[in-house]
Design a protein around this ligand. Sequence first.
Ligand code: DNO
Length: 391
Amino acid sequence: MEQTWRWFGPKDPITLSQVREAGATGIVTALHQIPGGTAWTDAAIAERKAAIEAEGLSWSVVESIPVTNGIKARTESWRRDVEAWKQTLSALGRAGIGMVCYNFMPIVDWTRTDLAWPLRSGLALRFDIVDFAACDVFILQRAGADDDYDVDVLTAAQNRFAGMTDARRAELERIILAGLPGSDFAYDRAAFLDLLKQYGGMGPEELRQSLGEFLDEVVPVAEEAGIRLGIHPDDPPFPLFGLPRIVSTAEDAGALLDAHDSPANGLTFCVGSYGSRADNNLVEMIGAFGPRINFLHLRNVSIEAPQVFHEAEHLAGGSDMVAIIAAVRAEEKRREHEGRPDHVIPMRPDHGHLLAADPVRNANPGYSYVGRLKGLAELRGVIHAVDAMRA
Ligand code: DNO
């Protein structure tokens, strides 16, 4: 496994030399300053690549080229946005970058309801469907929202909302709509409600078709550019705001790989996202999809109740990280025997707690320095142990 680290570019308060000291060799980043729907130029890519290499690191993965709502909802900007995506892919290929992560979640990217949930091990991220419903139904007052929740959740959300201070209401709306890092955009309430209209009652089948049409366009370009794609699963892996989510389960992942049977069409296997559903068996999924896993996000979650979870330490939580790493190492060995050039799979410690000792207080939520360094160190220990026991 190649040990990588997500870095948000020159604006990231964590420096590349700190990343190097954490022990990562690869960088995962994107040209976050360029809005979705605009092609990245060769010059801008070369500049970022040179900055990374000057620190003795390599730009291993692009996460992400934003997939616009125009592409997902198939609005009138579809053709233009897809062309820009393809041009970016070709430019990345020319720069020798071989792996691109992206997601196909409507409107919001990853979503949480708490960014500083206190645990013994530090401050964690958490998702609670009751808080989410309180925001959707009572703060945003989305039309028809109450039909999208079980009556128990709705009642709990009503009580939760009634007990919330104005400050918490405002915070919740900001956390959910203002977007977490990596998302294309931050929305205000009006822009969000407007976008919802663009999706106008789209169901899972239509969104799947939209993804299929997108892949028809980009997979051949990726093949030619020497790039492997990896779709990031839905986080959380269930529908939000009444909008479909189509990359949440083993069945979803299998169907999308089968629909475009090319090595360029692969997965970002995010253990935390798939692991937020009790019905995803992660080790089995690695067995089934191994040859098409192009990138790994390693983090762990504790499921508190259905659709309620918090991010645990990397080796704690509900997912058996040792078994997962052993399964990935087995897949890498299998690829090596086959002579595959991509037998080393890039992984990054995904998220980390914010620890009292962290000198970087203003990192993006989930992207602390010390918490991720601790996670990476623990994961590295597991890799060493798994290898030693096989030897
Ligand atoms: C969260 C990240 C996501 C991810 C995108 C990929 O921490 O895993 O923002 O980068 O969904 O497109």
